[in-house]
Design a binder for this molecule. Structure first.
Ligand code: NAP
Ligand code: G4F
Length: 327
């Protein structure tokens, strides 16, 4: 039985990746941080087969202990402070977790693996946020990185550390430069889920305003369930490498709003949406659109869920949740 160890198992991607690996017959271990983390109950209910280990990316010894306990063939490092807006107000913490946490994970893996450097295949969750002030459109593996947030800067550190450990020690360490991916499991702080939740509540007469920031920003949005498949494929390669994972389409937040509201039967949606500078960022990433040609050619990976299907999936899930909560 192949064994996988996942940090960030309580997050959106941790959920979809655990499901995928369990379906493939893996034994899955997940790292959960903090004392009495409320997400443990959800994890136990939704994915009871996942074996829970405690630890923190800021504590290398906890990672070594977790590796000894799980003896993994594959290590997926998904744990991070992942909310870009939060990273300006918590820049040092973001650097520690999202940046140095990657070094801790790589170092723990190197120590655990001993003489057999490539014993554990390592996946790092890099991000399109690293492209920031984009230097080329569309963005590929060779596009210059120009991060625009403390989060983006921390991800660049983790990205290059992953490459450095591969080149210095011969580790099988791959970095997935993933563009935005969403799902009904997305955290409510991210714009897509904030919209799908509000649209459901407005359609059911439970809310009358949706307050947002910059709705002209453009993102390349895909479905998280498709993207975790790409992570897995990276670790099945003979050689470790870095891959951009994206749909190749970009849409403004405004278009997400349009598709979401119309799906809920509301065409005159502008009257419900208010823009507030509170949600503007000190430096914005205006446009993201990825070129995933390498992933298509080398991993055989292509996204399956289209943009409108993704929006409708999220709105339907939140309508159902709201209706269930009312009954
Ligand atoms: P998410 O839902 O925010 O999940 C983040 C996970 O990291 C949570 O399980 C969280 O645990 C854990 N975590 C936070 N601080 C930690 C620490 N100090 N030690 C160990 N774990 C810690 O993020 P996601 O959307 O699933 O994304 C997964 C990864 O991909 C992240 O690294 C993210 O930066 C990256 N990424 C995401 C996207 C995207 O569009 N979703 C795109 C590119 C890259 P708690 O539940 O206890 O808070
Ligand atoms: O949904 P967002 O917060 O995602 P963002 O900043 O693109 O980051 C996500 O994707 C990255 C990949 O590129 C990941 F690495 C990262 O971990 C995270 O998963 O914001 C998307 C856009 C931004 O331009 C933001 O300014 O939506 C704009 N926006 C407008 N109003 C808003 C809001 N974002 C949020 N969260 N809340 C708003 O009210």
């Amino acid at each position: 039985m192949t064994r996988a160890f996942i940090t960030g198992v309580t997050g959106q991607d941790g959920y979809y990746l655990s499901k995928l690996l369990l379906e493939k017959g893996y034994e899955v271990y997940g790292l959960v941080r903090g004392q009495n983390n409320p997400k443990i109950e959800f994890l136990k209910a939704e994915l009871p087969e996942v074996k829970i280990l405690t630890g923190d990316l800021m504590d290398t010894s906890s990672l070594i202990r977790a590796l000894n306990a799980s003896q993994p063939d594959e290590f997926y490092n998904l744990g991070a402070i992942s909310f870009v807006a939060y990273s300006w107000e918590n820049a040092s913490l973001t650097a520690d977790v999202t940046g140095k946490g990657v070094l801790n994970a790589l170092e723990a893996t190197r120590i655990y693996a001993g003489d057999d450097a490539a014993k554990v295949k390592f996946y790092q969750a890099s991000s399109s946020e690293m492209f920031g002030k984009v230097q080329h459109v569309p963005q590929s593996e060779s596009t210059l990185l120009w991060p625009r947030s403390p989060y983006g800067v921390a991800k660049v550190f983790g990205h290059y550390m992953t490459i450095n450990y591969r080149e210095s020690y011969g580790m099988h360490a791959s970095s997935g430069v993933l563009f935005n991916h969403e799902s009904p499991m997305r955290g409510p702080e991210f714009v897509t889920r904030k919209i799908s939740m509000a649209v459901a509540r407005i359609a059911l007469g439970l809310q009358d305003k949706l307050v947002l920031g910059n709705i002209d920003a453009k993102r390349d949005w895909g479905f998280a369930g498709d993207y975790v498949e790409a992570m897995w494929r990276m670790l099945q390669q003979e050689e470790a490498d870095d891959y951009v994972i994206s749909t190749g389409e970009t849409h403004p937040v405004r278009e997400f709003l349009d598709v979401a509201f119309n799906h809920a039967g509301i065409s005159d949606w502008e009257k419900y949406v208010v823009q507030d500078p509170e949600f503007y960022r000190p430096a914005e990433v205006d446009l993201l659109v990825g070129d995933a040609t390498k992933a298509k050619e080398q991993l055989g990976w292509v996204p399956k869920v289209s943009f409108p299907e993704l929006v409708r999936m999220m709105v339907d899930a939140d309508l159902k949740r709201q209706r269930d909560a009312q009954n």
